[in-house]
Write a protein that binds this ligand. Structure first.
Ligand code: AMP
Length: 215
């Protein structure tokens, strides 16, 4: 499947993407994970992106398009891909349309995951992430804590609160979402690709996506 997952930070895009990869081997492409990996590795990309990310601002479109142009041509994308956190601005969506045309790729759907704001705020404040840039497993102190407090079940690295998941950064990220990313819902509605799923359970969101795709 070739899907875009739209939704505010904390809407569950990453969890839904991971569940969908198990269905047909499509790969999850999270620009946030790629950027955090680059920051942890101290690469030039990481150094450039770090300040924007800490503040909860978007990284410039040109950097993101450079990443995505390469990533979408990797062999593992042939089976399909789930775009998680990209596109995030109208210029990114326009550039993606051009890029996909150039690569001869057709999208199946743009799924907008719509979750109430209070649920999102609660999730973001209680989310914890594995600090290992190659793992980045996600936990939640209330609903899905690691077996040993503060230690990742998968790789044994520390599980931490992301620097952009303090209350100030979260409210800034939500404002950025409303201003820059929410207009993508209208953009994809016009193309006929939009499917809106309302729900707080990732299982229900995955079921709705499967039914829309007829699988
Ligand atoms: P995420 O993990 O998707 O919440 O992304 C974390 C941070 O990475 C965002 O707050 C942005 O600073 C940056 N980021 C991720 N994806 C994008 C994108 N498509 N465009 C611009 N910045 C991005």
């Amino acid at each position: 499947m070739k899907l875009i997952l739209l939704g505010a930070p904390g809407a569950g895009k990453g969890t839904v993407a991971k569940m969908l990869t198990a269905i047909d081997g499509s790969v999850q492409i999270s620009t946030g994970d790629i950027l955090r990996g680059a920051v942890a590795a101290g690469t030039d990309l990481g150094k450039e992106a770090e300040g924007y990310m800490k503040r909860g601002d978007l990284v410039p479109d040109s950097l993101i398009m450079g990443i995505m142009e390469k990533r979408l041509q990797d062999n593992d994308c042939k089976k399909g891909f789930l775009l998680d956190g990209f596109p995030r601005t109208i210029p990114q969506a326009e550039a993606l349309t051009e890029l996909l045309k150039k690569l001869g790729i057709t999208l199946d759907m743009a799924v907008s995951i719509d979750v109430p704001r209070d649920v999102i705020l609660d999730r973001l404040c209680t989310r914890r992430t594995c600090a290992n840039g190659d793992c980045q497993a996600i936990y939640n102190v209330k609903s899905n804590p690691p077996k040993k407090e503060g230690i990742c079940d998968k790789c044994g690295s520390p599980v931490v609160q992301r620097e952009d998941e303090t209350e100030t950064a979260i409210s800034h990220r939500l404002e950025t979402y409303n201003e820059k990313t929410a207009p993508l819902i209208g953009f994809y509605a016009k193309t006929g690709l939009l499917k809106t799923v309302t729900g707080t359970s990732s299982d229900a969101v995955v079921a709705a996506i499967k039914s829309s795709l007829g699988i």
